[in-house]
Write a protein that binds this ligand. Structure first.
Ligand code: HGY
Ligand code: MN
Ligand code: MN
Length: 426
């Protein structure tokens, strides 16, 4: 069994990767050129089925765990912890074709390259497709990786419900991806995630790729406002308990809290429901989401505290009840220096001078970083936009990033293989 010397790895086939990105983007394609492939939807099933076929074609075993996380396992030297390349295939509504899919399909391109050149990795390589990274259908985000790494209980994940009341665990069974706990991705030697930046840093610097230093903290809240529905005509303006007028002030408060700090501090209201939502009825109830981001836990905590205080003041002013429920938090994380070094060496081997940046977006790598050395590579997002149909990354940049990912993965997969002693032989 020969182990390649990192840096001599064969080149990837950019044309094949481009065609594969197109192939998966067609699953859940939207008229505006984007993708809607919500977690555990029929489109998600179709993409999963295609990935399973593609993984088997390159000699991988395909395993599915009790949270629907998929693994393509390319067996390497027995008894050594594996190297993971991981991301997600689910999207937001009318999202882009690169968010998540790029990381999974770049990993598939690496497996295809190794397969056709008969290059056997030192350590086992695992390609992981995490369930429900986006949290668009089943809130919150990153529940597949969160459940598999112990950040949240698997039973809590399986009991999450979408807005139509469908239970996540039942939807896994419906699409045929309710696997077994014993098939959860193992704690590996290292984990790599390639992802689009989804922000403007690389585009502004006119650089193709960046090495991610870490991920900001994120917290999601549900704000429920209860006023009094009443007739829009005879009800005097002064005696109304209008939930929507109060909600408008809460939305403005979220924006002010987000802009009070420097980037990556941010505040967003993304989901907003008005009841009963009828022209001639004063809104009796409003429910909205709040997404806060900050580089450190203290700032995140202070933002929530400000929101709670401001909501109370708004509630008193409009004689409505405002309930603020914080239901998910992902604390900031700095990636493993050793994995960052491998990514640096891989950039050097590819003749690329990397940029270093933090991620304002959450990623499954946040959770794998809790259990194994993890690192991320970013690809430039044109115009810095994502979570929209205009999301775009150029194949030239993607090709560079995938080559760097290949070098880094093989270097990590060679760790300790030729040494007499193997510290983490499993
Ligand atoms: O919300 C996020 O940052 C990620 O896209 N799920
Ligand atoms: Mn993503
Ligand atoms: Mn996303």
């Amino acid at each position: 069994m020969s182990f390649p010397i990192p840096g001599q790895a064969a080149g990837i086939d950019a044309g094949r990767l481009a065609a594969t990105l197109e192939e998966y983007a067609a699953i859940g394609a939207t008229p505006g050129g984007g993708v809607t492939r919500l977690a555990l939807s029929d489109d998600d099933r179709a993409a999963r089925d295609l990935l399973a076929r593609h993984l088997r074609e390159v000699g991988c075993d395909v395993l599915v765990d009790d949270l629907g996380n998929m693994r393509g396992v390319l067996q390497g030297a027995p008894g050594y912890a594996s190297v993971h390349i991981a991301s997600h295939l689910d999207t937001v509504v009318r999202g882009g074709r690169f968010d998540g899919a790029l990381g999974v399909l770049a990993g598939l391109e690496i497996l295809r390259t190794l397969h056709e050149r008969d290059i056997r990795p030192g350590r086992t390589l695992e390609l992981v497709n995490w369930t429900n990274e986006e949290g668009a259908r089943f809130e919150p985000a990153m529940t597949g990786s969160g459940g598999a790494t112990g950040a949240v209980a698997a039973s809590w994940v399986q009991d999450r419900r979408d807005r139509d009341g469908h239970r996540l665990g039942d939807e896994l069974a419906r699409i045929g991806y309710l696997g077994e706990q014993r098939h959860r991705p193992p704690i590996g030697h290292a984990c790599l995630e390639l992802h689009i930046e989804q922000g403007p840093v690389l585009d502004d610097l006119d650089r193709p790729i960046g090495i991610v230093e870490g991920i900001v903290g994120i917290t999601w809240l549900d704000v429920m406002i209860a006023g009094a529905a009443a007739h829009a005509g005879p009800t005097p303006m002064v005696s109304r308990r209008d939930a929507l007028v109060a909600a408008a002030e809460v939305v403005q408060a979220v924006r002010e809290i987000g802009t009070a700090g420097e980037p990556p501090v941010a505040g967003t209201v993304g989901r907003f429901e008005v009841q009963p939502g009828v022209v001639n009825v004063i809104p009796g109830a409003v429910r909205m989401s709040v997404d806060f981001r900050a580089p450190d836990e203290e700032t995140l905590h202070a933002m929530v505290k400000t929101l709670r205080r401001t909501a109370q003041e708004i509630g008193a002013r409009h004689s409505v009840d405002i309930d603020v429920q914080q239901f998910w938090t992902s604390l900031p994380v700095r990636f493993d220096p050793g994995v960052v070094e491998r990514l640096e060496a891989a950039c050097a081997a590819a003749g690329i001078e990397p940029v270093y940046l933090w991620s304002g977006a959450g990623h499954d790598a946040r959770h794998t970083a809790d259990v194994m050395p993890t690192g991320m590579l970013f690809v430039r997002s044109r115009g810095g936009v994502s979570h929209c149909e205009q999301e775009f990354s150029a194949m030239e940049d993607i090709s560079i990033a995938t080559t760097v990912l290949l070098h880094a993965a093989l270097a990590l997969a060679s760790d300790g293989i030729n040494d007499a002693t193997e510290e983490d032989a499993t």
